[in-house]
Design a protein around this ligand. Structure first.
Ligand code: S3P
Length: 433
């Protein structure tokens, strides 16, 4: 079966679109409620391959899920009553599943085996296994999946120190383990990564105190199962925000998008490029800041993306690189070495995609320089990376109409985080007159 999609240039994008639920918050709503004994309803949960991986793993530990209209009911015996999985916990393509669940596994009195697909097997896992070992967990010597984590000896130590990377997956892993440790933990973040885990666990009754970059976690509190209303995913909304900003005449509204400041760097970067992005009706939903986002097409200029902006726009950087390819002037991205260990090496795969489309790109260890121009349609490859497939679609839409369509190989990668991406594209798209 062909796994290609052909996209002709054209726009503008117009109308209102509800993008799917936030992937990071969906994983956490499932995991945090699995830890608590009882029942909780999650509305707006992202129904995608990555979230299904988390659910499949939790089911093996004895958690039950029921889908009822637009809601998912989580019914859990509580972490203390989890049973050992019969099989390997297959996390598929999902770094969030494997790293967060490793932290949970460290608090379970048996061995859990983890694995994933070829992409996940290539991603670094010592960043979670090493700190878990310092807490007393028994862990495999492997650097990558497959590996095992075993909490049979208990977690005699809390974690105390600075994490090696500014990563929400690593931080969350250690927080989940810290909840089961014999002693309190002090976790210092080297940079401000997304904070959904601490927000959600705090609201469920966990003893977590956030003091600037330091998290203090005291074990022993009982978690209360809690309903969660998952906002729309800013990382999914970003494709349309960037496409609309690029394509003249576009005017789109994206209701109910999560705008947590640890995630909203894409808005700051787009504005620094001259984009018109409005946030309306800012409010709090289930402890997360939410707004309706309106974007209109405008002229964009090159910018510099570095420092803390990298972590807050991390998953959007390939698509921001696409924006840069259409902007006037030069854009530089620095401090983004983490992109090399995502679902693909996103510095390499983004550069390859833009180069194929005729863009002048210079790649370096922790970023790239992009010379803005008029990218043209080409044959490009997602490398099985969902965000690359969608970034390529944005580039295809905005590309020079004279140059013909873009063919995206391995387009079904969008199933990982945004299964309705191609139909949403058709809904927003109005062929230019
Ligand atoms: C995620 C954290 C980020 C992000 C990933 C989802 C999460 O990774 O890239 O897509 O849900 O915790 P880091 O661990 O690098 O922060």
């Amino acid at each position: 079966m062909s796994d290609e999609i052909v996209i002709a240039p054209g726009g503008p994008l117009r109308g209102e679109l509800r993008v799917p639920g936030d992937k990071s918050i969906s994983h956490r709503a499932l995991i945090c409620n699995a830890l608590a004994e009882g029942e909780a309803r999650i509305s707006g949960l992202l129904d995608s391959a990555d979230c299904r991986s988390t659910m499949a793993c939790l089911k093996q530990w004895g958690v039950e899920f029921e889908t009822d209209a637009d809601e998912v009911l989580v019914r859990s015996p509580g972490q203390q009553s989890f049973r050992q999985a019969q099989d390997t916990l297959d996390c598929g393509n999902s770094g969030t599943s494997i790293r967060l669940l490793s932290g949970v596994a460290a608090g379970l009195p048996f061995r859990s085996w983890f694995d994933g697909d070829d992409s996940l097997r290539g991603r670094p896992m010592r960043r979670v296994l090493d700190p878990l070992a310092t807490m007393g967990a028994l862990v495999d010597v492997a650097d990558t999946a497959p590996f095992w984590v075993d909490g049979s000896d208990g977690l005699r130590q809390g974690f105390d120190g600075e994490l090696a990377v500014a990563s929400a997956q690593v931080k969350s892993c250690i927080v989940f383990a810290a909840l089961q440790a014999d002693r309190p933990s002090r976790i210092v973040e080297p940079g401000p990564s997304r904070d959904h885990t601490e927000r959600m666990l705090g609201a469920m009754g966990a003893d977590i105190e956030v003091d600037g970059p330091t998290l203090h976690v005291r074990p022993g509190a009982t978690l209360a199962a809690s309903d969660v209303d998952v906002p729309a995913d800013i990382s999914a909304a970003a494709f349309w925000m960037i496409a609309a900003a690029l394509i003249p005449g576009s005017d789109i509204a994206l209701p109910n998008v999560g705008v947590n400041p640890t995630r909203s760097g894409v808005i700051d970067v787009l504005r620094s490029m001259g984009a018109i992005v409005e946030l309306r009706d800012q409010r709090d939903v289930s402890g997360e800041p939410v707004a309706d986002i309106v974007v209109r097409g405008s002229k964009l200029y090159g910018t510099r993306i570095d420092g803390d902006l990298i972590v807050t726009s991390l998953d959007e950087l390939p698509t921001l690189a696409v924006a840069a390819a259409f902007a006037e002037g030069i854009t530089e991205i620095h401090d983004a070495e983490e992109l090399r260990v995502k679902e693909s090496d996103r510095i390499e795969t983004t550069s390859a995609m833009l180069t194929a489309m005729g863009v002048e790109v210079e790649e370096w260890r922790d970023g790239m320089r992009i010379i803005g121009g008029r990218p043209r349609g080409a044959a490009v490859d997602s490398h099985g990376d969902h965000r690359l497939a969608m970034a390529a679609a944005v580039a295809a839409l905005a590309s020079d109409p004279e140059s013909g369509p873009t063919t995206i190989r391995r387009a079904s990668a969008v199933e990982i985080s945004y299964p309705s991406f191609w139909s949403d594209l058709d809904r927003l798209r109005h062929v230019a007159i």
